[in-house]
Each structure stands twice: as structure tokens, then as C-alpha cells.
Design a protein. Structure first.
Length: 181
């Protein structure tokens, strides 16, 4: 998976004709780290992927999914990405050509994953808790979500997904691209 992420990030950068320094400036991720990721020498954390996705104005899932992925997606064939820092696991449900971006996430007990407001600058997000309990920080607001609960996030706001329980939390993220002024 590291090779696929490396190729996708390099491709996004090259499509824009950006230098490593330009990506670093836009994302807040160091040039050295971007270089290591592009060479598949380092696996990015969820936070780093969120910053890179925001800089490229694509979803995190777009960086994790092959560009040609369409049609039937078999569970047995699904690639699952693991955040080396938190143990967070993410499996893409839809392909990049589908109008909504849907991913399944497993968040271990005690783990917390922040995303910057910039990651929602061009998309709306809904979070649907499937199992466990999720503490969702939406800016300054904190929401305790249980199985079956969902939340829609309207605008660009910093978010934190936190599992403060002693059991894994499984939830779905649904993203839709929007044009903002």
C-alpha cells in the first residue's frame, strides 16, 4: 500500500507541476517527509494524509484508492490502510469516480485522529457510527456518538475523531464534494 500511496501523491504533485517545497508550504508537512512518502520509505499517518489531501483539494480516500477503481468492490480484495501512529484502519468502500466518497474506519481504544479545517474546505462530511462509541470534536463542539448515531459536518472546521472507550469503534465516513466560494 505504501507504494500505491507514494505513486498517488507524486502523481497529484506532478499534475499540478508543484515542487516538494510548494506541497510542503500548502500542506504544512515537511519537504523531507513528503520526499520519504513519495519514495515509499515512510508510511504517512492519518494527520499527514489529511494535510496532503487538503493541499491537493482531494479526499484522503482519493490518495488511498487506485484511480481506475470502479464497479464491484470485493471485501476480499479491499485494501486496508493502517495509520502507523494510532492503529487506525481505513477501508475504501467506493471508487474515486463515484460521486460520494465512503470509507469504513476502525478506531482503536484510546486513539485520536485530528483533521484540519482545510480538509473540509471543498467537501461535506457525514459520520455514521456502526459499532462502539465515538467522541467527535467539531471545532469547539464535542459530540458523543453511539451505534446508529450520525452527524453531518457543514463547513470547513477542524475535527477530531476520538475513541475514549476501552473497545474499538467502527464508523463510516461519507464525503461529498461541494463548490465553495
Amino acid at each position: 500500500m505504501a507504494g500505491q500511496i507514494a505513486a498517488r501523491i507524486r502523481s497529484e504533485r506532478e499534475q499540478r507541476r508543484w515542487t516538494l517545497a510548494q506541497v510542503a508550504d500548502a500542506s504544512g508537512v515537511s519537504r523531507a517527509m513528503i520526499n520519504r512518502i513519495e519514495r515509499a520509505e515512510s508510511s504517512p499517518t492519518a494527520v499527514v494524509l489529511g494535510r496532503l489531501a487538503a493541499a491537493f483539494q482531494v479526499s484522503v480516500s482519493a490518495l488511498l484508492t487506485p484511480a481506475e477503481a470502479t464497479g464491484v468492490h470485493r471485501m476480499a480484495d479491499a485494501m486496508e490502510w493502517h495509520d502507523p501512529g494510532t492503529g487506525y484502519r481505513r477501508r475504501q468502500i467506493t471508487g474515486p469516480q463515484f460521486p460520494a466518497d465512503i470509507a469504513e474506519v476502525h478506531l482503536p481504544p484510546g486513539a485520536s485522529v485530528p483533521y484540519p479545517a482545510a480538509s473540509l474546505a471543498f467537501q461535506r462530511e457525514a459520520v455514521w457510527v456502526l459499532d462502539g462509541r465515538l467522541t467527535f470534536h467539531e471545532g469547539d463542539a464535542v459530540h458523543e456518538l453511539n451505534p446508529g448515531d450520525s452527524i453531518e459536518v457543514e463547513g470547513p472546521v477542524a475535527c477530531v475523531f476520538a475513541n475514549t472507550s476501552d473497545a474499538e469503534c467502527r464508523y463510516a465516513i461519507i464525503l461529498a464534494r461541494v463548490d465553495r466560494p
